[in-house]
Design a protein around this ligand. Structure first.
Ligand SMILES: *Cc1c(COP(=O)(O)O)cnc(C)c1O
Length: 436
């Protein structure tokens, strides 16, 4: 289709990695216009934890639409929103002893982050936010200031203020506890770092290369925040909603952040939705101070409620994720052992894992080869050097195995000494034919 080249902005990105025109999707499969089937190990960058067009959620959504249920409701009380809140409170918050209020923001992750940062600044009266190396929090200016990636920061055009960068777990090597450095900065009145309002952290950095922090590090960070009267914000937009094995990615660490952001898979259906959760004492917003026309995407509330009811009312789903996660770990370790020549490593937690290929060119060759075998899988990290496994949590085990087999074969080919690694000319020719 020429129209994309003709009038769609150059800003498009995933479309370049997967140059097909997709038409429909079901569960872990996407289908292009020619009817070809692709196994989806990208899953909307973590937005489709329950698969594409999940049948259970679709049923509820269709019935709601059929009854002329409210679609857009600004931030007015609607039955759909009320029912989402009831279910979220009784099945997610209460059982985890989390006493949070829920703020609906504009329905993107970055807007939830904006709200979280604003609130932390309002509550503490301080400006500085500590954010971590390789952190990704979105690309609107406030959130972008907290994002590490230079490629994204370069698009700002204004100075990105109010954030001080500190090293994430493992950044200085495995034996160095980076919380020691952070604490030193905070204790030293001449460190040059003003007392922060908050720190914002991902428990597993998604876009930053599937860097998983240890539970002990998170616990030390949590204690450090308490000692210094700094708010702890966990950005659970990608790692949350079950990705690491539990609804919230910080549960296993036993910490209770002051503020939590959720978006990507919270609606469960790929519908736009975002929330910020925080301790009731922090609720210092004035009415409408942070607003947004699409805070009331009620279709998302319907599927969000259904997703929580179907998947999170008992522990079976969480166990299933961890079982599949163990399988992924086992397979990736074995692949790295067989073909990585001591350079590749595995990383991540639950169904949020990756293979660090060290070199972005190699990682890209692997994902390109995988795409030729109809597997959609992306890279992440500063140099796109990590092959990122992000399939739907609900994936059937045969397809999980199949996807990993495809990556294994791709790695085997790319790493084979005798492999001349064709310049993928045939691939681009093929793409041209399809685009014409
Ligand atoms: C994707 C993501 C965001 C930004 O969400 P958008 O909906 O793209 O604005 C923020 N934080 C994390 C951890 C993310 O993965």
């Amino acid at each position: 289709m020429k129209i994309f080249e003709e009038i769609e902005s150059e800003v498009q990105c995933y479309a370049r990695s997967f140059p097909r025109v997709f038409q429909r999707a079901h569960q872990e499969f996407l289908y292009d216009q020619e009817g070809r089937e692709y196994l989806d190990f990208l899953a909307g960058a973590g937005t489709l934890n329950y698969g594409h067009n999940n049948s259970l959620l679709k049923k509820e959504l269709l019935s709601y639409i059929q009854q002329d249920g409210i679609c857009h409701g600004l931030d007015m009380h609607t039955q759909a929103k009320g029912e989402f809140l009831e279910v979220f409170n009784s099945l997610i918050l209460k059982p985890r002893n989390l006493d949070y209020v829920v703020q609906f923001t504009g329905p993107t992750g970055t807007n939830a982050v904006e709200a979280a940062l604003k609130l932390a600044r309002i509550v503490t009266g301080r400006e500085t936010i500590l954010a971590f190396t390789n952190g990704f929090h979105g690309v609107s200016l406030g959130a972008l200031a907290a994002t590490g990636n230079q490629h994204h920061r370069g698009g700002a055009g204004v100075s990105l203020n109010g954030v001080v960068r500190v090293p994430y777990d493992g950044y200085m090597g495995d034996d160095i506890d980076t919380t020691y450095y952070i604490e030193k900065l905070l204790n030293d009145s001449s460190s040059g770092v003003d007392k922060p309002a908050a720190m914002i952290v991902e428990t597993v950095q998604g876009e930053g290369g599937i860097n998983a922090s240890s539970f002990e590090w998170l616990q030390r960070l949590d204690r450090l925040c308490k000692r210094h009267d700094i708010l702890l914000i966990v950005d659970d937009i990608q790692a949350g909603c079950g990705r690491t094995g539990h609804f919230f990615s910080f549960e296993e660490a036993g910490i209770k952040p002051d503020i939590v952001t959720l978006s990507k898979s919270i609606s469960g259906y790929g519908l736009p939705m975002a929330v910020v959760l925080f301790r009731p004492e922090l609720d210092r917003w004035k009415p409408g101070e942070h607003n947004g026309t699409f805070r009331g995407n009620n279709l998302a509330f319907v599927t969000a409620k259904a997703a929580i009811q179907h998947y999170w009312s008992e522990p079976g789903f969480s166990k299933e994720i961890r079982r599949k996660g163990d399988y992924i770990s086992k397979r990736l370790k074995s692949i790295v052992g067989k073909y990585g020549e001591g350079n590749f490593t595995t990383r991540g937690r639950g169904m949020f894992q990756g293979i660090n290929c060290v070199n972005g060119e190699i990682a890209n060759k692997i994902t390109k080869k995988a795409f030729k075998q109809n597997l959609i899988i992306e890279t992440s990290g500063a140099n796109d050097h990590v092959v990122k496994f992000l399939c739907p949590l609900t994936i059937n085990e045969i397809n999980l195995k199949r996807g990993i087999d495809i990556v294994e074969n791709a790695i085997k080919e790319v790493c084979a000494k005798e492999d001349t690694i064709p310049e993928d000319n045939d691939y681009f020719d093929e793409v041209k034919v399809i685009n014409s």
